[in-house]
Design a protein around this ligand. Structure first.
Ligand code: ADP
Ligand code: MG
Length: 281
C-alpha cells in the first residue's frame, strides 16, 4: 500500500505539462512515446547508488534527486540531444517508505529531481518502485532524448589539428565534495542551488543543442569522470592524441584557492563537473 501511495505521489508531482512526445505517462503498464518526425531516439541509463555515488549524511536529499537526473541529462547534452522523458527505477529501504522521517527524505529527493526536470521541461513517464533488500537507496534512471536523424554529436569525429574546448570551468565538483568531507556533515538546506558544482551540477543541454544545430563540434563528450579520463576516451574513439597547456585550463572559482597544483589536480582528475568537452576545427 505504501508503495502505491508513493507512486500516486510521484504521479501527482510529475503530472505531465502536456507533452507532444509523451502520449501516455505514469499509470498504465507502459508509457507511449511519439518522437518528432525526422528524429531518432537517444537512450542513456545511470545508476545512483548510496555509498557509491552519494552519502546520505553528506548530500541533501534534493541534491541526490537532482544529481540522479543531471547525470543522464549530461549524457544527452554530450550528444546534442533534446531531452524527451525519464524513467526511474527506485529501490528504497523499508524505513524510507514507512516512517515519517523516511518519507520526508523521499519527498525532498523528488523535489530536487522535479526542480531540474521542470527546468528542462521533461517529465517522468514511468519507472518501478520496490523495497531495497538492504539499507541502501538504489536508483536507476533512464533518459530518452531526440535528435535529427544522423546528426548527434559523437566521441569519434575529432581530427588532428582540431582545437579542444570545455564549457564552464573544472574542478569545482571535487572541491565542493572535499569541503563537505572535511566538514563531515550535511548542509541541512541549500536554498540557492547556484554555484554548487558537486551538489547541484548544471548539465549543458542548451550548449549541446547549439553545437549540434550549428555543426560546430567535430566530437563531444561530457566530463563525468574527469578531463584526464574523458579526453582519453574521446581521443581513443577518434584515433587521435591531444596536448593541453595547463595554463589554459579554466579552473573553477572554488578550486582556485587550493593553489595551482591542487587546483590543476582537481580540474584534471576530480570528475563530476558535467561540463562538455568538444573539439572543433
Ligand atoms: P506494473 O506492476 O504494471 O509494472 P507498477 O505498479 O509498478 O505497475 O507501476 C504503476 C505505474 O507507476 C506505471 O506507469 C509505472 O511506470 C509507474 N511507476 C512506478 N514506480 C515509479 C517510479 N519510481 N517513478 C516513476 N513512475 C513509476
Ligand atoms: Mg512495475
Amino acid at each position: 500500500m505504501r508503495e502505491l501511495a508513493l507512486i500516486e505521489q510521484i504521479r501527482r508531482d510529475f503530472s505531465t505539462p502536456r507533452s507532444r512526445t509523451v502520449a501516455l505517462g505514469i499509470g498504465d503498464d507502459c508509457a507511449i512515446l511519439r518522437p518528432p518526425a525526422g528524429c531518432e531516439v537517444l537512450v542513456t541509463t545511470d545508476f545512483t547508488l548510496e555509498g557509491r555515488h552519494f552519502r546520505r549524511d553528506l548530500h541533501p536529499p534534493e541534491s541526490v534527486g537532482h544529481r540522479c537526473l543531471a547525470r543522464g541529462l549530461s549524457d544527452l547534452a554530450a550528444m546534442g540531444a533534446t531531452p524527451m522523458t525519464a524513467f526511474l527505477s527506485l529501490a528504497l529501504p523499508a524505513d524510507l517508505v514507512s516512517t515519517a522521517k523516511g518519507r520526508a527524505w523521499t519527498t525532498r529527493f523528488f523535489k530536487g529531481l522535479q526542480a531540474l526536470a521542470s527546468r528542462h521541461k521533461i517529465t517522468l513517464a514511468g519507472g518501478d518502485t520496490a523495497q531495497s533488500p538492504g539499507d541502501a537507496i538504489l536508483a536507476d534512471i533512464v533518459l530518452l532524448g531526440t535528435a535529427p536523424v544522423g546528426r548527434s554529436l559523437r566521441r569519434s569525429g575529432a581530427h588532428a589539428g582540431d582545437a579542444i574546448y570545455v564549457t564552464g570551468s573544472l574542478g569545482g565538483a571535487a572541491t565542493e565534495l572535499a569541503t563537505m568531507l572535511a566538514r563531515n556533515a550535511r548542509a541541512s538546506k541549500i536554498s540557492n542551488t547556484a554555484n554548487h558544482p558537486q551538489t547541484f551540477p548544471q548539465p549543458r543541454i542548451a550548449t549541446g543543442q547549439a553545437l549540434l544545430r550549428r555543426k560546430l563540434a567535430t566530437a563531444c563528450i561530457d566530463l563525468s569522470d574527469g578531463l584526464s579520463t574523458d579526453l582519453a576516451h574521446l581521443c581513443t574513439a577518434s584515433n587521435v592524441s591531444a596536448e593541453i597547456d595547463a595554463a589554459s585550463l579554466p579552473l573553477h572559482p572554488l578550486a582556485q584557492p587550493l593553489g595551482p597544483d591542487h587546483a590543476l589536480h582537481a580540474a584534471l582528475h576530480g570528475g563530476e563537473d558535467y561540463e562538455l568537452l568538444f573539439t572543433a576545427q
